[in-house]
Design a protein around this ligand. Structure first.
Ligand SMILES: C[S@@+](CC[C@H](N)C(=O)[O-])C[C@H]1O[C@@H](n2cnc3c(N)ncnc32)[C@H](O)[C@@H]1O
Length: 283
């Protein structure tokens, strides 16, 4: 998968971002279940370990000692930085792997299962043709009570060439397609929109215990789940391309007068490029 050149991960010392706090709140619940001895956490596309900032305050020393933390990122220097931060937190163990997201399932030990898998601030960087596989693989790597936590923003500011962010509404179609095929029941995880002053975001928690079927049964649904999720992703992108072109046509004729219209124009031009590129790569 080609990595977005304009991407960068933040590292803001001592400040916890809302999305990371939300993920840690989910982890707090999972870690508090009776009988939890070890707790395995996979942070996909870990960046510079920003999710760990403030974790020393949110979880007790005893809770942290239960965590076996596994970081994964395509950038070696990010993985090193995250591992350094994690090692200072008193986790039970810290390990990691460098690799492309589309390969994480192949690179991790076959038997490894996780209580918690995080994918924060990254969906927009994942190639749309690989995103379905990444999401399905993550769900299939969960322990029986495990949760996948995904957060991303609806728009990338400043825009990054090639990035494909999803709105909460659009990601709902993706998430529904994924779970509808993986699970026999009516489980449909809620995709919640987050209203922010600058860029809105969304998050979803996928809980393994609500997906009907044994591990073997859901493994047999892997190929179809990936195909259906991929279909939903490209369905959403096809519609967005139509909307994007229509709005650009209006701006071409009428001009972008206000500051907001000018920002929209820049956003739409990036959107046009990113979606056209994704559709061409998939053709
Ligand atoms: C915006 S950062 C988010 C980092 C972190 N999850 C956070 O919430 O702060 C996106 C991360 O995704 C990683 N990334 C982007 N494309 C990737 C790929 N194809 N495979 C693995 N990691 C990737 C980047 O290296 C970067 O660390």
């Amino acid at each position: 998968m080609a990595v977005i050149g304009e991407s960068s991960a933040v590292s803001i010392d001592g400040r916890q971002l809302g999305q990371h706090q939300a993920a840690l709140t989910v982890m707090q619940r999972l870690l508090s279940a009776p009988g939890i001895g070890r707790f395995t956490w996979l942070d996909l596309a870990c960046g510079r370990g920003q999710i760990l900032s403030g974790l020393g305050n949110s979880l007790s020393r005893d809770a942290r000692a239960k965590i076996d933390f596994f970081a994964y990122d395509v950038k070696q220097d990010y993985l090193r930085e995250t591992s350094r931060v994690a090692s200072a937190l008193g986790f039970g163990s810290v390990a990691g792997e460098v690799g492309d997201l589309s390969k994480f399932d192949v690179l991790l030990p076959t038997e490894a299962r996780f209580d918690f898998i995080t994918l924060t601030n990254t969906v927009h960087e994942v190639s749309p043709s690989q995103l379905a596989g990444v999401l399905v693989d993550a769900v299939l790597r969960l322990n029986d009570q495990g949760t996948v936590f995904v957060y991303d923003m609806e728009r990338v500011k400043p825009p990054e060439l090639g990035a494909v962010p999803f709105s909460a509404h659009d990601f709902r179609a993706v998430s529904d397609a994924l779970i509808e095929t993986l699970s026999d029941n009516d489980y449909r995880p809620e995709v919640s929109g987050w209203k922010h002053s600058t860029v809105n975001g969304w998050n979803v928690q996928i809980q393994r215990e609500y997906i009907s079927g044994t591990q073997n049964e859901i493994e047999t649904r892997r190929t179809k789940a990936t195909e259906d999720t991929r279909g939903a992703i490209f369905g959403v992108l096809g519609q967005r391309l139509v909307d994007c072109r229509r709005t650009l046509e209006v701006l071409t004729t009428n001009g972008a007068e206000t500051a907001e219209e000018q920002e929209d124009r820049e956003h739409l031009l990036h959107e046009l490029w990113a979606i056209t590129r994704a559709l061409e790569a998939d053709a």
